[in-house]
Write a protein that binds this ligand. Structure first.
Ligand code: BGC
Ligand code: ZN
Ligand code: ZN
Length: 360
């Protein structure tokens, strides 16, 4: 079958006919999303990337929508599904209980990333256990459920950290809680929408003015935009935040300025992989963390329950934010045309939110 393959740690990718042995029900892949992680692998920057045991290559891709080709489990021929991308180590209790996002051994595998073939290929075989139903109503945006699943899990984790105090507002909502999301890539935008849909007061930032389609998204959804090209100091103390999510993968030197924007009992969630730099924390910065009971938490990888909530959120967003939902997919490229887009697998185009590859 045709597949997009990589050979980590080598750079580059190939579109090639390959043979892959796997078990489960047959699923025809309809489309894939391209994510920053795929590009890091293609650029040879993701050190964790490695081919599955017994193979000299790995099929790329962890965002996929497919069509079930034969009945299996609760699925019937023709159903639309999305495969879950991280699978357990088979040893630790978290993995055995369906939560490899908290794998204790670190021996989990991830489709198209680490030790497991990914989904950028004509078809896969998979167990119904790892398939999530895609509501046909959101066929166009459903690919976003994979990255959104990571964020649903992240938010669940943030709520669980904040279970340490009374975090709701007097009216029982989160409307008085201010969240700042750093970055306007697919993750920054999805995180802003997710927090907004849970009732938070959301500001999103980038070091430039918003592009037109981004501005329309923030207007429709009621998210405030902040241009942080001159730093965050103009946001000042009075505007301090209850939650900051780093979703840009920016330079690590940003950390002290983010910490200084946090209120008492706030959370700093780190989602983006910071690719450069280092952070110097003064003793007073650290004293502040203690005095203010601030939590810093690493956020990664959603599992099947999070994919399911992500699908439901996308259905809801289609109704409450129709224009935003339509503009999340910025480009769809047929698989036979990918050679006409040099750099497609290396770099995000400036205005990209999500680029999809279609196989049909
Ligand atoms: C995926 C996550 C995964 C992470 C680390 C992201 O691109 O969406 O599910 O855990 O990469 O490999
Ligand atoms: Zn990804
Ligand atoms: Zn494990």
């Amino acid at each position: 079958m045709k597949a997009i393959i990589v050979r980590p740690p080598e750079k580059g990718f190939e579109k090639k006919d390959v043979q892959i042995q796997e078990e489960g029900i047959k699923i025809r892949i309809l489309e894939n999303g391209i994510c920053g992680t795929d590009r890091e692998i293609v650029n040879g920057q993701l050190f964790a990337a490695n081919a599955p045991e017994g193979y000299s290559f790995m099929a790329l891709g962890h965002e996929a929508i497919g069509e079930v080709m034969e009945d299996g489990g609760d699925f019937r021929k023709g159903d639309l599904v999305m495969p879950v991308n991280r699978r357990g180590c088979g040893k630790c209790l978290n993995c055995l209980l369906g939560r490899p996002d908290f794998c204790e051994t670190g021996e989990f595998v991830e489709a198209g990333i680490k030790g497991m073939h990914g989904f950028m290929r004509e078809y896969i075989y998979d167990s119904p256990e790892f398939l999530v139903r895609v509501p046909p109503d959101i066929r166009n945006t459903a690919i976003m459920a994979q990255p959104l699943s990571d964020l649903e899990k992240s938010l669940e984790e943030i709520f669980s950290v904040q279970g340490r105090l009374y975090w709701k507002c007097r009216d029982g909502t989160y409307g008085c809680r201010r969240a700042l999301v750093i970055g306007t890539g697919a993750i920054g935008i999805l995180f802003s929408l997710l927090l907004k849909s849970r009732g938070f007061d959301v500001t999103v930032s980038n070091i430039r003015d918003p592009a037109e389609h981004e501005a329309r998204i923030f207007e429709e959804t009621g998210v405030t935009y902040f241009n942080s090209s001159n730093g965050y100091s103009s946001l000042g103390n009075k505007d301090a935040f209850d939650l900051i999510v780093e979703a840009s993968g920016s330079d690590a030197s940003i950390l002290p300025s983010l910490l200084s924007l946090l209120k008492n009992n706030a959370v700093l969630g780190l989602f983006g992989f910071m690719r450069s730099g280092s952070a110097v924390l003064k003793n007073t910065d650290i004293q502040n963390l203690v005095y203010k009971s601030i939590s810093v938490v690493g956020l990664i990888n959603g599992q099947k329950p999070h994919f399911e909530v992500a699908m439901r959120d996308l259905v809801q967003w289609k109704h409450i934010w129709p224009e935003t939902s339509r503009s999340l997919i910025t480009r769809t490229i047929p698989i036979d045309k990918i050679d006409e887009f040099p750099g497609l697998m290396n770099k995000k185009t400036p205005l990209e939110i999500k680029t999809k590859i279609s196989w049909v």
